[in-house]
Design a protein around this ligand. Sequence first.
Ligand code: ADP
Ligand code: MG
Length: 764
Amino acid sequence: MIQPVQPQTPLPQLLAPQAAQALHKAFGHTTAKDLLDHFPREHLPHNALSSFAGLREGELASFVAKVERVSSRRLQTRRGQVVDVAVADQTGQEMTMGFFGGFQATRQLRTGTLAMFHGKVRLFQNRPTLTNPKYEVLGRQEDGPADSSQLAGPELEQDKIIAVYPASAMLTSGQIRDCVRTVLDQTDLSLWPDAVPPQIAQAEQLPSLAEAYRMMHRPDTMDEPEAAWYRFRMEEALLLQGLMERRRRLAGQLPGIAAPQQAGGRLEALDAQLPFQLTEGQRECGQLLAAELERETPMNRLLQGEVGSGKTLVALRAMLQVIDAGAQAALVAPTEVLALQHERSLRRMLGALADDSVRMTLLTGSMSAAERKQALLDIASGRTDLVIGTHAVLGEKVHFAQLGLTVIDEQHRFGVAQRNALRQRSRPAPHMLVMSATPIPRSVAMTLFGDLELTVLRGLPGGRSPIKTVVVPELRKSWRERVWEKIAEEAEAGRQVYVVCPKISALERTKAQIQSQLAERFGFEDGQDSVRIPAPAAEGEVIYVDFSRKEAVEHITNDASVERIEQKFAEHPQLRRLRCGSLHGQMPAEAAREVMQGFESGEIRVLIATTVIEVGVDVPNATLMVVLDADAFGVSTLHQLRGRIGRGSTQDNLCLLVTRMPEGHPSLQRLNEVAKHTDGLRLAELDLARRREGNVLGAEQSGGASVLRRLRIVTDAEIIAAAGEHIGELTRRDPEWATAPMLWRAVEQWRLEHDEAEKYIHQG
Ligand code: ADP
Ligand code: MG
């Protein structure tokens, strides 16, 4: 008897050997499920494959055509450029399509490229054309008329709707389509396990798994693929929420340490000596945390608050409550510099309490063997109450006498699995407080921090002064010079300045790298000696800059690095007179400490630094921040950096985002957003909407999300929320999920695989 096709059935049993091999090589597909999960990128109505002759004004058309020529022209009336792509159809008739901006198009569409175009037909000078059409590159064809058989197999004629697959150089969309059909024809999908519990499928009116695959690959109507997508996304959302539910449950089952508040303890002593009132937000969060620490169930909480909102004090108060109850607390920072800064700011807040009644130990990677040994001894023997350090603190070798609370500052470098591992390590399990200054949209928070409850710390102590943010294109020479003058003026007026660089040392580039950047950034072609490119300018203004090849090379290689900027300060007639210091993550701890102290005391006027100053540094006299090569940073980093100024009483705070990018470069949009918006959450949402998920949820921080394939954290926020409710209801009604065995199995499998994988990543 022939075995029915299973999800794990190897493709070579179902397809011709070359096809199976190509699928493996191009996409790594090995099983039937791999292939069926290769979803079409798009579905196009079939009337598509016609010659240009049949195109009607106003209709949505799709057709395959061959690129004949590509050229670009500058817009006179507006900023930017238009890329004109001339294509030919089967009969050799030509059409010219315009791509505004055209950054992608110039790279992907070259003479001889065969592509499917899709868009609304317009008539221009009585000939049909598309503007900014969608397109998919199908392959390259050197000569002859465009050949639509590249797209689809012979059966295509019967289909009303064409599924367009993500293709590769090895496999065209049409070939993938043929493979999918071959597998579908041999498979009884109703036998495949369906993780979506029937009661949820019914409530959501989801198609069955079998139906969904058919609707995706062979839809009868244009609505079917959408229904199928919804079903597959819901399935992932259910897995995700199911996973978080399991993790919360497991974390909640661990025995913890009850730390009741003590009258006359160190927390009271701190409160009594604080030189200021707690903000409303700090008081509220404080009460919440205090109540949770009193319970025996370990607290698992994410504390989110803008830069400067006073999270450190909230954490310190929680740590003192635990210390008062006889346990130890640990504060973990992502870098050594930050650990040092924390130590200093905790000491400042504790004042006379430090060391005397709150015994502190620093634990970082750069300590000598002897110091380290002593520190480990103090921690293990209980001679120390509060440990501050980098994640060395969480290492296997560090044994606490009784760890009651772990505070992790700036969460983004820890993943869910790492937190899980921490919880498992000591018994009773410590309470856990994770602090983040990055505002995160709810759907992302649920994904990255689904194991934690969220608290938002609102308000800023003493209010903050406004910060004006301006994007400075280096291509505008006068603006560029003005930046350096401004630094000198500010410093000479007695204020202080941060100059932030993305790197410590300049990057070495190969000839080929320079060459490709010349082409990409400036549009240099082989043998071309000079170019004229548009510089970013105010709306409605066009400013061109002429570049010789030599100047362009200089511009490209002129990276803003700490070393290069130090050099610049040493040579510049005005800047030379200013007292500067440098700070970056690779300095010896002692040197970093000295520089920080110098800047805090005001002796150092200008701090040239990498993003180590992103968090933790607090100098109210600093009023100007210059971020060089600002395009190298993400939105949230820029926003956090900017939060380092505007802490004093002056209303004149300025943040300059300096960039070498030309007009039209995508990163300018990001910089303009940061300049325009001051609300962190709004920025985070804009940022998320623009980025691909993969970047949002990097492997390290994904906490399960790296397995997500179809769920779009931003656009699917509602599905994720709905799935959360379904899981919540399922769990209430049926705590052991007996009515959803397939879901249970899928979640468990995912959890085990994922946590293993993540542990592995973190152990490096
Ligand atoms: P963040 O939330 O960015 O970690 P910090 O904890 O570093 O913020 O606090 C920023 C500054 O505000 C610190 O200098 C801190 O001492 C001060 N601060 C904290 N709470 C208050 C308060 N209630 N009133 C006045 N200043 C405060
Ligand atoms: Mg902080």
